[in-house]
Each structure stands twice: as structure tokens, then as C-alpha cells.
Design a protein around this ligand. Structure first.
Ligand SMILES: Cc1ncc(COP(=O)(O)O)c(C=O)c1O
Length: 342
């Protein structure tokens, strides 16, 4: 099998699996328990928190574990909305967000919020001028994805953060970093980011676990009521095996980040060259091979439907996707992302 769908999900690193098996079989204590066996579990969670904080260049007190990118995005946006109690009504996002962001804004719009969906150019970039003109005193939150999951555009997060805070220092800035984390370096502090979402299964970690960076001082309401884990932000017994698997994946990424990025760019360049040189009427969508994210390549082939090509390739053991995996089975509602690129 040639697996070319790593934006949908990745194969866990062997070290991740080993860590998780060890925790499931030997160190299965509850991190809230007061005896040593529980404290050991708590240490595992803390270690994972430190790995993520180091990668985002922030402190471990600002990292909260979740069940994945979808929950992190919901927790960020809805948590800000609920804490504000309807005082500010303007929200800004982009037209190519992942459904776990887009669907939240569509629902908020139905509830009466004024939501601006910033259009993107052919390469998938928002207009910084348009962003600047839209942020005002009424703007509660701006949510912009770091790397687009379908065409790989990398937004200029630092500049976006600067613009937002210059126009209104109290506007919150959330970034869906699920496709960027580990592959595009980021410093949440330098980019004025208040909330940053990540997911383990995109970086060779397990599925169903992720994290949210929440800057100290952010007014965020918890979406879950319960035992008060994660400093009350996310009640529920911690998924210690998953969290430790995430921590291990991040640790490996941190140690080899530059090497991985260069390897991915070389593979992407090679694949793009071979396809465009050997097959007629192909077009690379989104940013150029050099400008886009190192792991995402989106190509059109004239005269054949994407799904037909996908299954023909599958017959030969090559797995690709025609759009985001989240939506590929929803025929009537294709992914908001692919729909809205102008
Ligand atoms: C950009 C982006 N955001 C969020 C998600 C959702 O992450 P998860 O699958 O961990 O819920 C994905 C997953 O495809 C994604 O690509």
C-alpha cells in the first residue's frame, strides 16, 4: 500500500504505540487519585503537556487536553462566546475553515451573531486589508486556520495576530492549528494567539485526543460540567494513554522537526514534478509547491472525475483523497472548505 492520505490521518509511530500499551497495561492509574499509582499517571499527563508547550513555545500551564481537533475548536469558539454572554456580537472567520470551525460559526450566525466569512484568493489566502477593515470595537473573536487541510495554504498568522491586536486589543484570536502543528513552526506568543487547536492523529499520534492552548487571562467558559479536571476547563477523567501517545509523538516531532519538514518538501516536490511532467492537463491547486504546507499537494486532472481516479488508484494500492475526509461521505453537503475557494 502506498498511503498518500496523511492529512486525513497518520500511522502512529511505533514509540507512540509502545508508550500507550505500557500505560494501558501497567500504568493505568487515575491521575486524580492521591496514592503513588495515581501520581505516576499524573506525571505522564504533565510530561505530555510539557512537550506540547515546548513545541508552541509557551508554558505548560496554558495547555488543556481534549478529545481532538474538533473538540478543541468547539471549546475555543463556544467557550469564548459563552464567557462573553452576548455582549459583543461580531465574529470573523475565513471562508475555507474546517467544518469543526465553520459549522460552529454557521450555528452562531443563526443565533443572531454577525459573522464575517473572509474570502480567500486562488491560493487560499485571506486579504489582510479586508481583515483590518473588519475588526472593530464590537469584534469578540477572530478564528483563522493556520494551514488549510485541502490545498495547504499557510496563513500569515503572525501578521494576522498583529493586525487584530492593533485594531482591538481585547479581540480574541483563535487558530485552528491541526494541520500546521509539527509541520509549520509557530510561537503562539510571538503571533498574539490566544487559543491554538491541535490534534494527535495528524502527527503520528493516536486518534481521539488533542489539545488547546489557552493564553493565561483568556475568559473562557467550560463546555463540560463534572469533576473539574484540566483546571475546570475540561471535566472527565483524562485519556492518559492517548495523552501520553500525543506527548510521545510531539517529542519525536520536536527532535526531528527540521529533518521531517525537509523530507516532506522533497517528497512533495518530486511527486508534483513527476505528475505534471508525465501527465497532460494537470494543474496544481492552491499555493505553489514551495509556498504551501510541506505535506499537502492538491492536483486537478482534466477529463476524469476525482472519485473515479481515487478508486482507480486504490486498485493499484495507492490511497489518496479528493477532499477532506470529514465530508467525503456527505454527498449533499460537501466540505465547506473546498466549496468556497474562489
Ligand atoms: C484543519 C483541521 N481542523 C480540525 C480537524 C479535526 O480534527 P479531529 O479529527 O482531531 O477532530 C481536522 C481534521 O481533519 C483538520 O484538518
Amino acid at each position: 500500500m502506498i498511503y498518500l492520505d496523511n492529512s486525513a490521518t497518520t500511522k502512529p509511530f511505533p514509540e507512540v504505540v509502545q508508550t500507550m500499551v505500557r500505560i494501558l497495561t501497567e500504568e493505568y492509574g487515575n491521575p486524580s487519585s492521591l496514592y503513588q499509582f495515581g501520581i505516576q499517571a499524573e506525571k505522564q499527563v504533565k510530561h505530555a503537556r510539557e512537550q506540547i508547550a515546548r513545541m508552541l513555545r509557551t508554558s505548560q500551564e496554558e495547555i488543556y487536553f481534549t478529545s481532538g481537533g474538533t473538540e478543541s475548536n468547539n471549546m475555543a469558539i463556544m467557550g469564548i462566546i459563552q464567557a462573553d454572554r452576548g455582549r459583543k456580537r461580531k465574529l470573523i472567520t475565513s471562508a475555507i475553515e474546517h467544518p469543526s470551525v465553520m459549522e460552529v460559526f454557521l450555528s452562531l450566525e443563526q443565533q443572531g451573531y454577525d459573522v464575517v466569512y473572509l474570502e480567500v484568493d486562488r491560493e487560499g489566502y485571506i486579504s489582510l486589508e479586508q481583515l483590518e477593515s473588519e475588526v472593530n470595537n464590537e469584534t469578540l473573536l477572530v478564528s483563522i486556520m493556520h494551514v488549510n487541510n485541502e490545498i495547504g495554504s499557510i496563513q500569515n498568522i503572525k501578521e494576522i495576530g498583529n493586525i487584530i491586536k492593533k485594531k482591538n486589543h481585547s479581540t480574541y484570536f483563535h487558530v485552528d492549528g491541526v494541520q500546521a502543528f509539527g509541520k509549520v513552526p509557530v510561537s503562539v506568543k510571538d503571533s498574539n494567539i490566544d487559543l491554538y487547536s491541535i490534534s494527535a492523529h495528524k502527527i503520528h499520534g493516536p486518534k481521539g485526543v488533542g489539545a488547546l492552548y489557552v493564553k493565561k487571562g483568556t475568559r473562557l467558559q467550560s463546555l463540560f460540567l463534572g469533576g473539574g479536571q484540566e483546571k475546570g476547563y475540561r471535566s472527565g477523567t483524562e485519556n492518559v494513554p492517548g495523552i501520553s501517545g500525543l506527548g510521545k509523538a510531539v517529542e519525536i516531532y520536536y527532535e526531528h522537526q527540521q529533518e521531517y519538514i525537509e523530507h516532506l518538501i522533497a517528497l512533495k516536490r518530486d511527486l508534483a514534478e513527476r505528475i505534471t511532467e508525465n501527465i497532460e492537463q494537470t494543474a496544481i491547486n492552491g499555493p505553489s509547491v514551495e509556498d504551501g504546507a510541506p505535506h499537502i499537494l492538491n492536483i486537478s486532472f482534466a477529463g476524469i472525475r476525482g472519485e473515479v481516479l481515487l478508486h482507480a488508484l486504490e486498485q493499484k494500492g495507492v490511497l489518496v483523497s479528493t477532499g477532506s475526509a470529514c465530508s467525503s461521505r456527505k454527498k449533499d453537503q460537501p466540505c465547506t472548505g473546498s466549496n468556497r475557494v474562489t
